[in-house]
Write a protein that binds this ligand. Sequence first.
Ligand code: CO
Length: 176
Amino acid sequence: MALLRIYHYPEKVLLEKALPVETIDETIIKLVNDMGETMFDAPGVGLAAPQVGESKRIIVYNPSPGASEEEEEELPQEFKAIINPEIIASSGSITSEGEACLSVPEFSSDVKRFETVTVRGLNLEGKKLEFDAQGILAVIMQHEIDHLDGILYIDRISALKRNMYKKKLKKRLQNN
Ligand code: CO
């Protein structure tokens, strides 16, 4: 396994629609395992393939994102992966407080999200899966699946807040 470079906004791969995975071969399985390792190392609770420079419809996530650090240490660091995930139903509304993204460093914002989503996709064995996600897990699903369509959470906040971030970023890039 290997740690992968995490791409940052506004790198192009993050702004593109990712391509569906046709065959789950050894290359894909290696990518998924590296993504899982990279996510836990960051640390993050979810990661989409475009964030490591691969324009493919793959996400990995921590299935128990609410666990405290003490519990995390006892739990084995296991991640789940979904190939070609899609949200096929959604309902309710929640505010995701202080949402953040490994590809949008040094920023966070509240984001309005659906409370419940139904996710469909394939597991690593190529078997169909479908499940309902609620709360934090529903937010992770919406955030990560958005990445596959070139959408970042800063696209889902007010223009005022988004411009605040862009100004901050411009300053940082000029100072480097
Ligand atoms: Co993200």
